[in-house]
Design a protein around this ligand. Structure first.
Ligand SMILES: [Zn+2]
Length: 358
């Protein structure tokens, strides 16, 4: 087997206030026939600007679907059928994670490039080559790694800053895990004699964390009072670009395993990024990182409004919790990214330690 270092990344990432106006000229090299897929809310805010930009570059909208809610195979298949009739040169996904993931999968099945236009900051899906697919009952089904990354990613910071602040907080919660999961995975691979992620991916994972610590709280405070500041742009880049490249070139680990275990209890009352932030605290505490480092992460989460205690994340009883811990440690594939697979007993002890404030 040939062992190589590889870096996967979107071809062009364009971030800025008013960046959506550059969509047309950015995609013109891909062809003249666009297929737009998005959610109703996202398109109600952006459709006019998208159409104006495409028209000014001579790009025609040959098909459009404004009804994407969930990324399911049923949705993907029906959008592919419509796409086959319309024969687009590329697919533009507009919205949050579910809409852009759906659009990327549809583009892949149509064998054309994908383009992402993100409208909020809860996700880093825009730039990645993965689609998270759900069942019709909205349960996680699988994460599909696509053979091609998005050709163009447009992140208009004015649109993202106008979305509710909670989206940015959720996106930061998910991105918080990137450094720790990437480092755990790199160590696991090294110990098993494999090729760890590129230095680039690890540097970006660290950079994500540094940006969140430096600008996260300021960004939340600024957005809360309606100010679109440089700190907001720093966080948007950390979530949308830096963490996206880092996570897809390293891996998820215990923080996401904890997330997946807890969501299986059916008692979670928080969003993906919030649960992952809590899972990150558990991972760093479990790893035995210095107390100062763990407390810094806990205090930062408290300051930006991310959960730090189990009761904030889910309504749990002892039985459900032990089932969640058992699943996270023994069944969830992300736990394999840890240098050593944690035992449920160790994990339960770590959760108790975090409950008591470390
Ligand atoms: Zn995640």
């Amino acid at each position: 087997m040939v062992e190589v270092n590889e870096l996967i990344a979107a071809s062009r990432y364009i971030q800025g206030s008013g960046a959506i106006a550059l969509l047309g000229e950015s995609v013109a090299a891909l062809g003249r026939r666009a297929y737009i897929i998005g959610g109703r809310t996202a398109l109600s805010m952006t459709e006019k600007r998208i159409r104006d930009s495409l028209r000014s570059s001579g790009v025609k909208v040959v098909a459009m679907d404004r009804t994407v809610k969930d990324c399911t195979y049923a949705t993907i298949d029906s959008l592919v059928d419509a796409g086959m009739r319309a024969e687009p040169d590329f697919v533009i996904g507009v919205g949050g994670g579910r809409a852009v993931d759906t659009a990327k999968a549809v583009a892949w099945k149509l064998s054309v490039p994908s383009v992402s236009v993100g409208t909020q900051c809860a996700t880093n899906a825009d730039a990645s080559a993965e689609s998270v697919v759900y069942t019709d009952d909205r349960e996680f089904l699988e994460s599909v790694v696509l053979p091609r990354s998005p050709a163009v990613v447009i992140v208009d910071t004015e649109i993202i800053a106008a979305a509710p602040v909670k989206f940015l907080v959720w996106g930061m919660g998910d991105a918080l895990s990137t450094k720790f999961e990437a480092e755990a995975f790199a160590e696991a691979v090294r110990r098993r004699g494999g090729k760890p992620p590129t230095n680039t991916a690890l540097a970006l994972a660290d950079s994500t964390y540094q940006s969140l610590m430096a600008y996260g709280l300021e960004a939340v405070e600024d957005l809360t009072r309606g100010a679109h500041s440089d700190a907001v742009d720093e966080v948007i880049e950390a979530v949308k670009l830096t963490s996206a490249i880092a996570f897809e070139n390293a891996n998820c680990a215990l923080a996401h395993a904890i997330h997946n275990g807890l969501t299986r209890t059916g008692a979670v009352k928080r969003e993906h990024g919030e649960i992952v932030a809590y899972g990150t605290i558990i991972q760093v505490a479990y790893e035995g990182r210095p107390k100062d480092e763990v407390l810094r992460i806990i205090r930062w989460c408290e300051s930006v409004g991310l959960p730090t205690k189990l009761g904030d994340v889910c309504d749990h009883d002892e039985e459900a919790l032990s089932g969640a811990v058992e699943y996270a440690c023994t069944k969830d594939p992300n736990a394999n990214s840890m240098p050593e697979r944690p035992s449920p007993e160790e994990m339960a002890r770590t959760i108790n330690r975090v409950e008591r404030g470390i």
